[in-house]
Design a protein around this ligand. Sequence first.
Ligand code: AMP
Length: 277
Amino acid sequence: MKIARTIAEMKTLRRSLTGSVGFVPTMGYLHEGHLSLVKQARAENKTTVVSIFVNPTQFGPTEDYATYPRDPEHDLALLEKEKTDIAFIPSTDEMYPKGFNSWVEVKGITDRLEGACRPGHFKGVTTVVAKLFYIVEPTRAYFGQKDAQQALVIKKMVADLNMNLEIVVLPTVREKDGLAMSSRNTYLNPEERRAATILFKALLLARERWHQGETNAKSLRQEMISLIEKEPLAKIDYVSIADTETLEELSIIDRPALASLAVRIGKTRLIDNIKLE
Ligand code: AMP
């Protein structure tokens, strides 16, 4: 595996490649969720590139940028094991040199859900992902359904700006008890880790009630909220049942829907979603 630590090094490596390039952007502290994207990228492309960059511009001022878990040596060992061809690990100064002042912003869809709770978050995401796409020039880039709104926002950016690549979205990888894998799960103490299963339980409840024929989205949201409120360590940011494409909240589930939620377990903010379709 080759390691590029500067943009110039990454671009030089890119110039030497022929054939398709699969790209997996990450913030590191890799788990099986990330590795599922790497495996698929490897299966579908001649060359696989994985970036590790904890992007400061997508964190709000009171969020966990400083404490976000980092373990680059372990990440590199995992990527080596997955036979990744190139790891791109730029520094913050490399990606945001002094005077940096250009931004990529998708409007509309970013106003809802995560965008509403985390102002500026998606502007940071689209800016860094656009930069990474210009640097790596992938044929395909791989994202997780775990961050469903992020995947929609990236697809919209790629379509609106005529970027020449395919976005592939892959299913959420979960722990045995259903908790969606996340680098942030490491923040949870044992009691919080047990309480965190409430997110997936609420999503399963939504799916089960919908399978039983419940199409009233308001009642469904209320049932999910009532279940989550039974968990004393959980504090709801939002519970949503929305159109899978526009993320507009539904009153009646008369089309493919996304049940999604953000819940704080102690100080840790977790998100998850499930499709109703
Ligand atoms: P992150 O390092 O959290 O920025 O995530 C990098 C990529 O991995 C994003 O496309 C995420 O959606 C994806 N990802 C994170 N967790 C999971 C998971 N549990 N299952 C599948 N993909 C995931």
